[in-house]
Design a protein around this ligand. Structure first.
Ligand code: ADP
Length: 600
């Protein structure tokens, strides 16, 4: 376990790059600061020694002012050195945190696009942000405190045994008892109780937030006691756990802990009484009194220091949590980039015996799929839901890589094409097209950063976005997502189409999904589709058969395999799956027309 922690820490420190040394310098300075912090106590001892030696002629103790000044100087030095220590650890921690973010982002740039479908961007951001802030706390504060406190403790132990080991040991007994009591509260089976108590506290606070958020619903629907139920249960549960843990489990050990922390001298006094006659007899009673005075002052800080070590050590757990967060990001599979990429010749798309299984899935999403899309053709992928249409389309721009077989563009396996070249060649619009929180202009221009404003406007016009732009306060310079400017699903789809049109790529992969669009949007989207697909090689995922009738070829995907392939007329004549789907579709359309007719 300890070895693993060490491993975690060195992995984290690895992100500090050239500033790794600063962390170690900071830790060393922190140790020096804490060792120096013991010097004022030695000064106290010296003052007492001199005073006892000259008692009651106090004026003879000429050196004590010097000791006082030395104590002050060391106290100031401790502050300065500790400040320098924190400066170093912070510089290293900030660099580490920013490197975690940068390397995380750099790694994400190499992951296949499909990774972002499976991992919401909010989650990824949460992981990177959480990891870097935890790392910051750990490296900037906790580590320095751990090293500093351990040094302080060792220095204390040395001091305790330097002057009079018997009195030193008596102080330590109280410290050991108070720390033992603390362990009794937090260790063993009580650790579980403490976790449960903390979990109950979390649940209560979550339930509280939920309750407050739900107040409008409660008001609108006139709900009363029932809506309060889960919040009340969370409070009751917390109260029971708190009572049990705080009351039954912690009462005795906490009392012992506090008693011995505050009364650390409780063993010192009897030990001193036992030692006193011997000291008197030996003739060095002054030395004995000096030591006693020193330990009486010193004993007070021992338990506090021990408690500090325990709390600081719990900070080490942060290394584990931070790594736990970033690992899924840093270890996400990346796209292989060919060393000597090949240039695709033309726009022929070919699926050659493609099999593909999603990570973690037991059944393949595609099994031995082969088909070709000739340059300039429009090919429609149809079939029952879950048949593999989206999966097949997303293999072309390498959202994922095939498990076996190959997807070729222009006669070259997509894995052997430079990713930038492939991206320039393929434009895609899937259902979940996302818009950035920036202006419409920049959103569209993302497809081709060197495009002029006029080109963006032309693309927007071709994508039938005129009505959207007209109603926005600053036209194409309006920021989406800010100041209450939100677009409907259909409107967002049209902006995404404008983006694809501006890209002007020879190959277009398109999800027809207009399910969410209202009739007005639907007509406009169809026009935008026409502008986008004109004179291009198109693979279209079709959901409604009316749009596929004119396609050059229809591929029917069922259960991950190509069930049929041909033109609309050929497939209807073949009386297979497509013919049945067409019959159902025609019936539905007829039914709709007839009911609409009745309504009129
Ligand atoms: P279609 O587009 O024809 O509805 P899909 O290509 O979306 O079909 O799905 C094909 C199969 O792959 C389905 O069984 C589906 O459950 C599965 N699938 C789709 N996406 C994922 C994913 N991200 N992870 C695991 N399985 C998936």
């Amino acid at each position: 376990m300890a070895q693993k922690k060490q491993g975690d820490l060195s992995v984290l420190l690895g992100y500090a790059g050239k500033r790794k040394g600063l962390t170690f310098l900071g830790l060393a300075l922190s140790a020096v600061a804490m060792a120096l912090s013991m010097v004022p106590y030695i000064c106290v001892w010296l003052v007492v020694r001199d005073l006892v030696a000259v008692a009651p002629d106090w004026s003879a103790a000429g050196a004590i002012a010097g000791y006082g000044r030395a104590a002050f100087a060391f106290a100031v030095a401790v502050i300065i050195v500790y400040f320098a220590a924190l400066l170093c650890t912070h510089l290293a921690a900030f660099r580490t945190a920013s490197n975690i973010r940068k390397q995380g982002m750099a790694h994400l740039m190499k992951t296949p696009l499909g990774y972002f479908d499976a991992n919401a961007s909010g989650l990824i951001r949460n992981r990177l942000d959480g990891a870097s802030s935890e790392t910051e706390t750990l490296l900037a504060h906790n580590l320095a405190d751990i090293v500093g406190t351990i040094t302080m403790f060792v220095a204390m132990l040395v001091l305790m045994f330097v002057f009079d080991w018997r009195m030193g040991a008596s102080c330590l007994v109280a410290a050991v008892i108070s720390v033992g009591a603390m362990f009794a509260m937090m260790g063993g089976k009580n650790a579980k109780l403490m976790e449960e108590y903390q979990a109950a506290q979390d649940r209560m606070s979550k339930a509280g937030t939920e309750y407050v958020r739900g107040i409008p619903v409660v008001k609108v629907f006139q709900q009363t006691v029932y809506s309060f139920k889960s919040f009340k249960e969370a409070i009751d549960d917390y109260s029971a756990k708190a009572r049990h843990y705080q009351g039954d489990v912690c009462r005795v050990p906490q009392s012992v802990n506090l008693t011995f922390t505050e009364g650390a001298f409780v063993f010192l006094v009897p030990v001193a009484l036992i030692l006193a006659p011997g000291a008197l007899a030996s003739g060095d009673f002054a030395g004995f009194v000096t030591n006693f005075a020193f330990y009486a002052v010193f004993s007070a800080i021992i338990s506090t220091a021990l408690a500090k070590i325990m709390f600081a050590a719990s900070g080490m757990m942060l290394a584990d949590t931070a790594l736990g967060r970033i690992r899924p990001v840093m270890e996400a599979p990346v796209l292989d980039v060919a060393e000597n990429p090949e240039e695709p010749q033309g726009n022929l798309i070919e699926f050659k015996d493609v099999c593909f299984t999603y990570e973690g899935a037991t059944e393949p999403a595609l099994a031995h799929v082969s088909f070709a899309v000739e340059p300039g053709q429009t090919v429609a992928l149809v079939g029952p839901s879950g048949g593999g249409k989206t999966t097949a389309a997303s293999l072309i721009p390498r959202f994922w890589d095939v498990t076996s077989g190959a997807v070729e563009v222009g006669g070259v396996d997509v894995r052997r094409i430079d990713p930038h070249v492939l991206m320039d060649r393929v434009a895609f619009v899937f259902q979940n097209s996302r818009l950035f929180k920036t202006t419409i202009l920049e959103n569209v221009r993302a497809a081709r950063p060197d495009a002029t404003r006029a080109e963006v406007e032309a693309a927007l016009a071709a994508a039938q976005c005129g009505d959207i732009i007209a109603k926005l306060p600053q036209g194409i310079d309006t920021k989406i997502g800010a100041d209450g400017t939100y677009l409907s699903g259909g409107e967002q789809q049209r902006i995404a189409l404008a983006r694809a049109i501006l890209k002007d790529a020879p190959i277009v992969v398109l999800d027809e999904a207009t399910a969410f669009a209202d009739p007005e949007n639907e007509a406009l989207i169809q026009k935008a589709f026409a502008a986008l697909t004109q004179d291009r090689t198109v693979v279209m995922i079709a959901h409604r058969l009316s749009t596929v009738v004119g396609a050059d070829k229809i591929i029917v995907l069922d259960d991950g395999a190509v069930a049929e392939e041909g033109t609309h007329d050929e497939l209807v004549a073949a009386s297979g799956l497509y013919a049945r789907m067409w019959k159902d579709y025609s019936k539905a359309v007829l039914w709709r027309i007839s009911t609409e007719g009745e309504g009129a």
